[in-house]
Design a protein around this ligand. Structure first.
Ligand code: NAG
Ligand code: NAG
Ligand code: NAG
Ligand code: NAG
Ligand code: NAG
Ligand code: NAG
Ligand code: NAG
Ligand code: NAG
Ligand code: NAG
Length: 892
């Protein structure tokens, strides 16, 4: 009987489909000095002006500032379309915008049908009465974001100032972005330019229907003994008072289908929503779990929701669900609280990075190829989480779909960053609309681990970043009103209190709550997460780093490669570190000085007047960035099972800053704006590997060797090989080998397996004291693990002294040969006569990546592979190939 009902469903007419054809979109500015420029929708004003050759490449030289006039103008997008008689017969007709950036009036036939004031809200406007038979006009009039921000700030400032007023001067940015619900970084950041765009940045459509449509389906999964409960909220269009009709759902499991028909008559709730909530159970043994990357498969299941209303119109929505549980554990331990994620009941050490917008132009951030590439890189680097940072955008549906498929958990910030915010009624209502839309859109993704209220705003108040202490009580009150009473409250309502929420990052979590949400010291090592940056202390020393429960931000700047830099200027004089241009793109105040300080601790830069000084500086900045983040990350990983006497440790997360770039400039990224991997990105593949061996030297010069395992099973029969090499040996063989057998490495643990005085040990090795200098400057240590007689990668190394003090001879390293070994795959063989450090290959302009890069070559022969993005000939590939190393004679 039930199947019969189902078959009736399949004969219904499909709903919500229209065939309205829009004419070419055009755009004009406020005073009509530009008119009828061809425009693209979805799109944005900078892209359209570039396509019309009104402006050039926005990333070229000083164009970020040269083109600022664009954001000072109002821009109107307009088009025409024809409507047929039968379409007008629909009882309801809406125009739906998935994203308008930001302040806009929408007009149909010169009548305002709606207004936008938040780029993160989906706008649905009723146009039933405005539409007419035949030709109609549609205009979207955007207001200058700079003008709007200033206007709103002026109104507010009559009451009290809400800082910061403007970005620091070195950003070349704009003012008062905190008044706009717009990508906060679009007014500039320390890693990005100001391009305050305007435009219809996401899809739009006109739709007609007679009763209701399904607007959102939100489905999550909870656990109940040996059952999964699938909780479903079906949100209907709300231009009626109630929605009736039938819902038929089907969940396809591997060997079974779960389906049912529900009769339905729901009325509008007090929030103006018409929502049907239901749940059903699934036996656990009929399902496979969804796991984060590195722990198992990412099994996803299709949940189809069919809705048929009493006019026999049908609407189908498919959602993919994953069976998994996720908890954030904050339990009392010695001095403080733990802070870690448990997925499917397993404590998971979080490994990953912070994601900034895919592109500074929001419409370009929808590029699927770019998203797929970025998330696949995260996957290949053993990352299991990305933090979508609060100064950017809620990314596209596709981004979260791919994260679901690859097992990349998402720490999702709400879009508030590094500022205080207004809390007037208009602003809060606007924020509630945003929370409603984004939580309904994103929350059901299995990859979504938690939502967080903001980036660094608890810390900003606690540490008085904006010298507002006189007004602290006001700002704490406003903080609670915005992030707790408004955002968290709405989030809890929408997720039925099932979603994880943190009010800020960094935060002390439950401890911040106890202290009224603004803790005295939100970056405490004893609670919650920390953001840690230090550009003063030697980044190769582990004493530089804290022992937090969870490191959600940490990092170092570096320059993108010389060839990448050459895409932003044709004038080679600009690529002098002390040029005005280099100063222009370095937004971080004294960033170059800090990079140099850190380089100087460990490496010896060429003479300042050497023609290749900039080249060397760029390459050295990448070495220091990669090495520092490697050392810091391995330090955090080695602490997962450690709790020191003061109660610090049990670190369970390492998300470095930052994964990607939005322009070509010195930034904290591991991947440059052209998609080229910096040395850091290559290093992540090793330091985030599931099992690592790592050594660090403490203040007493003790070498501590750790094995860290994220495996859920015990490792048996493990042998460590500690091999000492003399830098200056031409034999390329260890001068001493220490072997240590370990019976077992416990699952999900870090463990010290060796601890000894390093200098004493090196002094005992003859071949480490062949010159007058200290043994620590003659030798280095290579670490290798065997488990069950097979090698476990990655290998690792410890450099006992400072690199610049070590007696490292200049190697003669060369590309021995290159050959094609498959489609888009090349083999490169390197030969060296001595140990070579930070061996670096580039393939400009061929896009792709190497199997390894930035490595220490200890064997005379080494084979590397290159995976090209495009079809290229061997000749083309070879002609762009470039090899360098720390002691490259081109620098000295
Ligand atoms: C219109 O605006 C543009 C850009 O701001 C400006 O250059 C131009 O002089 C204005 N034209 C008129 C007629 O006001
Ligand atoms: C933009 O439009 C508003 C509202 O019509 C107007 O007040 C403002 O002067 C315009 N700005 C520019 C730069 O044309
Ligand atoms: C649109 O409406 C405005 C005032 O509402 C009027 O001034 C203008 O002439 C109208 N434009 C057209 C094309 O009808
Ligand atoms: C649904 O409920 C409303 C009142 O809540 C009622 O007016 C309407 O007739 C009901 N529809 C059906 C199909 O029962
Ligand atoms: C429909 O829902 C939206 C979003 O929640 C809300 O802003 C609007 O007021 C509701 N409309 C009606 C007619 O209830
Ligand atoms: C590299 O050298 C070491 C030490 O001599 C040797 O054990 C190892 O097999 C070599 N590896 C390769 C790939 O040749
Ligand atoms: C390496 O060893 C050779 C002789 O064996 C010596 O002449 C040279 O100075 C050494 N180089 C370094 C950098 O220690
Ligand atoms: C690249 O080469 C492969 C294999 O020769 C071929 O199948 C493919 O179509 C080529 N792609 C392009 C874009 O030329
Ligand atoms: C600078 O580096 C380039 C590229 O490696 C090289 O061709 C050139 O000879 C170097 N210049 C000097 C003075 O070493």
């Amino acid at each position: 009987m039930f199947l019969k009902t189902v078959s009736v469903f399949l004969c219904l007419i499909a709903l919500g489909k229209t065939n309205i054809v829009f004419q070419q979109w055009l755009v004009k500015n406020g005073n009509g000095s530009f008119i009828d420029l061809k425009a693209t929708v979805p799109g944005g004003i900078y892209t359209d002006l570039m396509n019309n050759k009104i402006i050039g490449d926005i990333f070229y030289e000083y164009n970020d500032v040269n083109y600022r006039w664009v954001a000072k103008e109002n821009w109107t997008y307009y088009t025409k379309f024809t409507v047929q008689d039968d379409f007008l017969k629909n009882e309801h007709i809406n125009i739906v915008f998935e994203g308008l950036d930001t302040y806009a009036d929408v007009k149909i036939n010169n009548i305002t049908v709606g207004k936008s004031r938040n780029m993160f809200v989906k706008y649905i406007f009723d146009i039933k009465k405005t539409l007419k038979l035949g030709l109609n006009t549609l205009e979207v009039e955007f207001r200058s974001p700079l003008e709007m921000a200033l206007k709103l700030a002026e109104i507010q400032n009559k009451n009290y100032n809400i800082p910061p007023q403007c970005t620091p001067e070195s950003y070349h940015g704009e003012c008062h972005v905190n008044y706009l619900r717009k990508m906060q970084a679009s007014f500039a950041w320390d890693w990005g330019p100001a391009f305050p765009s305007m435009g219809i940045w996401k899809d739009f459509k006109i739709r007609g229907y007679n009763k209701n449509l399904v607007e959102y389906v939100v489905a999550d999964v909870t656990e109940s003994n040996d059952q999964w409960i699938v909780n479903v909220d079906v949100y209907f269009t709300n231009d009626t008072e109630h929605a009736d009709g039938d819902i038929y759902y089907e969940l396809d499991l591997e060997f079974k289908k779960i389906e049912a028909v529900l009769q339905n008559n729901v009325t509008k709730n007090e929030y103006g929503e018409i929502v049907r909530t239901f749940s059903f159970s699934v036996n656990k043994y009929d399902t496979k779990l969804w796991w984060p990357n590195g722990y198992g498969a990412q099994q996803l299941y299709n949940l189809k929701i069919h809705y048929a209303n009493k006019n026999m119109e049908e609407y189908v929505v498919t959602k993919r669900i994953g069976f998994r549980t996720i908890e954030l554990v904050q339990e009392k331990i010695k001095n403080g609280l733990t802070f870690y994620f448990k997925v499917n009941n397993e404590p998971i050490f979080i490994k990953g990075a912070n994601e900034i917008p895919i592109d500074i132009l929001p419409e370009k951030g929808l590029n699927k190829e770019k998203i797929k590439r970025l998330l696949t890189t995260a996957y290949d680097s053993h990352m299991n989480m990305l933090r979508v940072w609060g100064g950017g955008v809620y990314e596209s549906d596709y981004f979260y779909d791919v994260a679901d498929e690859l097992g990349i958990l998402i720490w999702q910030d709400f879009m508030f960053a590094c500022a205080l915010y207004p809390v007037d009624e208009g602003f809060l209502t606007n924020v509630v609309d945003e929370v409603r839309h984004q939580v309904k859109r994103l929350y059901g993704h299995p990859s979504i681990a938690l939502f967080a209220g903001n980036n660094e705003n608890e810390a900003a108040i606690a540490q008085n970043w904006y010298q507002t202490n006189g007004n602290k009580n006001q700002f704490v009150k406003d903080y609670v009103k915005l992030y707790i009473d408004t955002i968290e409250n709405e989030y809890n309502r929408l997720t039925n209190f099932r979603g994880l929420f943190l009010s800020s990052s960094p935060t002390n979590g439950d401890q911040s709550k106890n202290e009224g949400y603004v803790a005295k010291e939100p970056g405490s090592s004893f609670y919650g997460d920390v953001h840690y940056y230090n550009y003063v202390l030697d980044s190769f020393k582990i004493s530089t780093y804290p022992k937090p429960r969870f490191a959600s931000e940490y990092g170092y700047q570096s320059y993108p490669s010389f060839n990448t830099m050459l895409t932003t200027t044709k004038d080679i004089k600009n690529l002098n570190l002390s040029s005005a241009f280099m100063d222009h793109i370095q937004h971080h105040p004294v960033g170059n000085i800090e990079m140099k300080t850190l380089i100087d601790y460990q490496l010896k830069l060429p003479d300042k007047n050497h023609p290749n000084y900039t080249r060397a500086f760029i390459y050295y900045s990448q070495i220091i960035q990669a090495m520092s983040i490697k050392i810091e990350t391995e330090h955090y990983r080695s602490l997962r099972s450690d709790l020191d006497a003061s109660g610090q440790g049990q670190t369970m997360g390492a998300l470095y800053w930052q994964l990607n770039d939005v322009w070509v400039a010195p930034t904290w990224s591991g991947i440059d704006y052209l998609g080229k991997w910096k040395m850091l990105q290559y290093y992540t593949m090793d330091f985030f590997a599931p099992v690592i061996v790592t050594g660090s030297v403490d203040a007493a010069r003790n070498l501590n060797i750790y094995v860290v395992s994220d495996k859920l099973s015990e490792l048996l029969d493990v042998t460590l090989y500690l091999e000492v090499y003399n830098w200056n040996s031409t034999e390329l063989k260890p001068v001493n080998i220490m072997e240590k057998a370990i019976d077992s490495i416990m699952p999900s643990s870090s463990m010290t397996i060796l601890n000894f005085q390093l200098d004493k040990y090196l002094s005992s090795i003859d071949k480490c004291q062949i010159s007058n200098s200290l043994p620590k400057n003659n030798c280095f240590i290579h670490l290798r693990l065997k488990i069950n007689h097979s090698n476990i990668y990655p290998e690792n190394f410890v450099i006992p002294g400072k690199i610049k003090d070590s007696n490292i001879p200049i190697p003669n390293i060369q590309i021995s040969y290159v050959k094609t070994i498959g489609v888009k795959k090349f083999e490169i063989v390197l030969k060296t006569d001595k140990i070579a450090l930070f061996v670096w290959l580039e393939s400009h302009p061929i896009k792709g990546r190497f199997s390894e890069n930035g490595f220490i070559q200890i064997n005379s022969t080494k084979t590397i592979y290159f995976y090209s993005d495009d079809n290229v000939t061997l000749e083309n590939f070879k002609s762009g190939l470039y090899l360098t190393n720390l002691l490259d004679t081109h620098y000295f």
